[in-house]
Ligand binder design. Sequence first.
Ligand SMILES: Nc1nc2c(ncn2[C@@H]2O[C@H](COP(=O)(O)OP(=O)(O)OP(=O)(O)O)[C@@H](O)[C@H]2O)c(=O)[nH]1
Ligand SMILES: [Mg+2]
Length: 334
Amino acid sequence: MSEADPAALAERIAAAEKAAVAQALNLIEDRRQRSQGRIEALLGRLRERAGMQRVGLTGPPGGGKSTLTAALARELRERGDTVGVLAVDPSSTRSGGALLGDRARMSFDPADQGLFVRSLATAGDTGGLAYAAHAVTEVLSAAYDRVVIETTGVGQTETDVEHVADTICLVIQPGSGDVLQFIKAGIMEIPDVLVVNKGDHGALAQRAASDLAGALDALRGVGMAEAGDDWRVPVLVTSARDRTGIDALVDTLDAHRAAQGAAGQRERRREGETHWTLSLLLRRHGEHGLEVLGGRTEVAGRIRAALDAGAIPIAVSADLGRDYLRRVASAGID
Ligand SMILES: Nc1nc2c(ncn2[C@@H]2O[C@H](COP(=O)(O)OP(=O)(O)OP(=O)(O)O)[C@@H](O)[C@H]2O)c(=O)[nH]1
Ligand SMILES: [Mg+2]
C-alpha cells in the first residue's frame, strides 16, 4: 500500500473517490501500530458530508436485511443519492465476501462510482469490530450522502450500531417468532422504524405488521415507546425480493431525518461520538486507563465537554491517553 498523505487521502475521500475510500478502509483493518497512527491522522481530517444520513438496518438472522440493503441502495441511487454500505457481523467467521449474501451482492453494480459496499467480520473480537465499524462509518460519512449499516441482532450492543446510526430500522420477517421477540426486547430498545420484510408472504406479513402496531400502541399506553414527541414509530411492510415498499421506506427515512432535525441528529451523533471516544480510550489503555482518569462518569463528562467545544473524538481520546500516561508516570502507578 502506498504511503498516502492523510490530508491528500481525506480530500480524495471527500471527492468520493472509490479507490481512496477502499484505501482508508484497508488502513482501518490493518492492525499494525504504524497504520493506527495514520488512520487517526486521517480521521482527524474527515468531515461528514452536509446533510448526510446514517441508516442502521438491524434484526434477527435471515430477515432479509442484506437483500433489503441492496434494494434500498438501488432506490437511493435512483433518487440521486450516493450510498456507502457497511455490513457488520459480530458473530461470524464468514468471509467478507459471503456476508452480504451472493444474491444481494450481485445486485450491486461494481461500476457505479456513487456506490460503495464493504463487509466487516471479526470473529471473537467485538471490541475491534466496534472500533472498525465506527471508523469505517466515519470514512463513508465523509464520502457519501447516505450510509447504510447492516448488523444482525436484536437489542444487542456488541457492535453499537445504535451509536453510529441516525435512523435505526428493525427488520423482521413474518411468522418467525420475531414479533414476539420484539415485543419482549422492544421495551428496552425501540427502533425508529419497524420493517416487516418478506411482505410477499401476504396475509402472514400483514398479520405481523398489525401485531407490531398493536404492541407499539400498548407500549405507548404505558409511556414506553418513542422518546421524542415528534416521531411516531411506523410499521412498514416491504418485499426486498419483489422491491415493493422500498419507496415508502426511503420516504420514511427522509421523514425521520426531517423530524429529527439537524439539532436532534447532532445530539444523537454526539452520544455516539462520546461512546466511540470512550471505546478508543479503552482500546488503547483498557479499564486501567478509565480508572486512573477518574472512572467512566468522570471521563464521559470530560469527553462531552471537549466534543461540545469542537474537538473531534480521535483527538479527545489521544488527549485523554496522554493525560493517563502523565498520571501514571508521575504517580509511579503501574
Ligand atoms: N420471499 C422473500 N424472501 C426474501 C426477501 N428478502 C430476503 N429474502 C430471502 O431471505 C433469505 C435471507 O436473506 P438475507 O438478505 O441474507 O437476510 P439477512 O437478514 O441479511 O441475514 P443475516 O445477515 O444472515 O442475518 C435469503 O434467502 C433471501 O433471498 C423477501 O422480501 N421475500
Ligand atoms: Mg445479511
